[in-house]
Design a protein around this ligand. Structure first.
Ligand code: AMP
Ligand code: ZN
Length: 120
């Protein structure tokens, strides 16, 4: 269920503080510690899943919940005119924290130059 060495598992369990915005039986959402957009949330499964490259059928419910709640969470934080949902995956996808997380990126203005590009 959880990996004792995983920073996001520790956040779910309250062992590391976070700015939580939402929690239910399956998912946990909080502000990214280094925001790259006016609204920058992370939505994660409460149970440890390392990467989108490692998911199974049994993860479908939690992955669906992450997406079905994203719009509401974005709007609640003020991103009421759209957002980007990004799941960095594996080495090529530049995933740094090996616990699945969706970045919700939004803000009052269209996002563009503020997003990192490969090689940047
Ligand atoms: P990624 O490159 O997709 O693995 O991004 C990991 C994200 O986790 C980065 O945007 C970090 O700023 C964020 N992050 C790392 N540690 C924390 C933390 N303790 N609380 C909130 N966000 C974090
Ligand atoms: Zn974890």
């Amino acid at each position: 269920m959880h990996d004792p060495n995983c920073i996001f598992c520790k956040i779910v369990r309250g062992e590391i503080p976070s700015r939580k915005v939402y929690e239910d039986d399956l998912i946990f959402a909080f502000h990214d510690i280094s925001p790259i957009a006016p609204v920058h949330l992370l939505v994660i499964p409460k149970a440890h899943v390392s990467s989108l490259a490692e998911t199974r059928d049994s993860d479908a419910a939690v992955l669906g919940r992450m997406m079905s709640e994203a719009g509401r969470l974005a709007r609640e934080q003020g991103a009421d005119d759209g957002f980007r949902l990004i799941v960095n995956t594996g080495r090529v996808g530049r995933q740094e924290v090996m616990h699945v997380h969706a970045h919700i990126l939004g803000g009052p203005e269209p996002l563009g130059a503020m997003l990192p590009r490969p090689g940047a």
